[in-house]
Design a protein around this ligand. Structure first.
Ligand code: DOR
Length: 447
């Protein structure tokens, strides 16, 4: 090889598509130039990754960063900082901001704000509604768009497509990923009146925001997906029943789960954390959690996202159900899941499948998500043996807390490398160099 490379990662154990093995990685012009055994004189900079694992960059496909409209909770800058600190190299941000991201102007505003301090690569979802559905085929292909998001049930913000007609209108327009929050709005309105009533107990959260409501919305969604011939990506699955249904519908639906639902369970989480465990769809009992793990092991689950949804402690301190739903998580995704790897709940390779290969495959990301020649040199370098306590103080999120405060984990992100540049090393943020994530071209239909 005649060309001189920019960076050489040596002595690391690398998770490659064909298996995990010791290898050096040569980086040139921000791309993976070669993988093998190389002479150190071949690169300008050498990083010794001895004792560490080199994973493809972790892509968090579900975060809420609150800008515009909720900058007191989080900004694009603080959210991306938290991501980079947690070993995440790219984020896909949700449209339930204020104003909603339902117009090209809304998207442009986010793209501009993100470019000011881009601690990670980034892309944004368009909010899909009946009102903007006709425009989605054009708008979903704007640079920086990772897909379209539908809320079938109310959560934080005003985005809602609650009826079959509204959901169908969105599904009929466009070809990119449609990511769906599947809780049944009509059932939840009834349940809130009849089941929650005047209770102020956060432990009621998973009871009135019921499994039946999630199952109903998911069944309706699958029926509409078949009717319209549009594939759907069903977000944050929480119950055994949905997992069973989705396992039977692999041809039309992909599946996301969250670290919180794999780690916490009712009623304990509500007794211990109160409204800090309040999120939508809710954290449920242990037998549901075990069914989600089964879905991880048997391949039903495609993607793991954090659903980072920060609210201030003051807001969370309001009396339930006046307290907002959502918990921060982008910075704790990697350590929490590496701890599960160390406990034997999943393999390191399956983790990589859920946070790199899965996002690449489902969203058709161009040049990211795998350690192969020619791809972007995005790496999450981790120490599987490092034991740490997760604490509020470490958190870069503007809301300043985590539901995992005081949790001991084994496994920690050591470096966040984006296109060959060091963004975080040993819990220190270095420089923001992120760009919009690019996606493979959608081939236009002939005629
Ligand atoms: O708990 C949640 N919080 N679930 C969502 O779907 C939205 C999120 C938020 O934006 O706060």
């Amino acid at each position: 090889m005649s060309t001189h490379a920019d960076l050489l990662l040596i002595n690391g154990t690398v998770v490659l598509p064909e298996g995990t093995r010791q290898a050096d990685i040569l980086v040139k012009d921000g791309k993976i130039h070669d993988i093998g055994a190389f002479n150190p004189t071949m690169a300008g900079e050498i990083i010794d990754c001895g004792g560490l694992h080199i994973l493809p960059g972790v892509i968090d496909t579900q975060v809420h960063f609150r800008e515009p409209g909720g900058e007191h909770k989080e900004t694009l800058e603080t959210g991306m900082k938290a991501a980079a600190m947690g070993g995440v190299t790219a984020i896909f941000e949700m449209p339930n901001t204020n104003p909603l991201t339902t117009t090209p102007e809304g998207l442009a505003r986010k793209m501009e704000a993100a470019a000011k301090a881009p601690w990670t690569e980034y892309a944004f979802y368009f909010g899909g509604t009946a009102a903007n559905s006709q425009n989605l085929p054009e708008w979903e292909n704007l640079p920086g768009v990772c897909g379209v998001k539908i809320f079938m049930g109310s959560s934080t913000g005003d985005l809602l497509a609650a009826t079959d007609e509204e959901v169908e209108a969105v599904l009929r327009n466009g070809r990119r990923v449609v990511a769906v929050h599947a809780e049944d709005e009509a059932m939840m309105i009834e349940n809130k009146k009849n089941i929650l009533g005047n209770s102020t107990d956060p432990a009621m959260h998973h009871i009135w925001r019921s499994v039946e409501s999630c199952v109903s919305a998911t069944m309706r969604l699958l029926r509409l997906a078949r009717k319209t011939g549009r594939r759907v990506h069903v977000l944050h699955i929480t119950s055994a029943q949905e997992m069973e249904i989705l396992a039977q519908n692999r041809d039309i639906a992909s599946v996301e789960v969250l670290p919180n639902h794999l780690t916490l369970s009712a009623p304990d989480c509500y007794l211990r954390l109160g409204t800090k465990a309040q999120q939508n769809p809710p954290i449920r009992e242990l037998h549901h959690q075990l069914a989600l793990w089964k879905g991880i092991r048997d391949g039903t689950v495609d993607i793991l996202g954090s659903d980072h949804a920060p609210h201030t402690l003051e807001e969370k301190g309001k009396t339930y159900p006046g307290s907002p739903s959502g918990t921060p998580g982008v910075q704790t995704l990697v350590p929490i899941m590496l701890d599960h790897v160390n406990k034997g709940s999943l393999t390191l390779e399956r983790f990589v499948d859920l946070v790199s290969y899965g996002p690449q495959r489902i969203h058709q990301i161009a040049n990211k998500g795998r350690i192969v020649r020619g791809y972007d040199a995005d790496f999450t370098v981790v120490d599987l043996r490092k034991k740490m306590d997760i604490t509020n103080v470490q958190q870069q999120t503007k809301c300043g807390w985590t539901p995992f405060d005081g949790t001991k984990v084994k496994g920690w992100p050591i470096m966040t490398i984006i296109r060959g540049q060091m963004v975080m090393r040993e819990d220190e943020l270095l420089k923001p160099i992120g760009e919009p994530v690019r996606f493979r071209e959608t081939l236009k239909m002939a005629g």
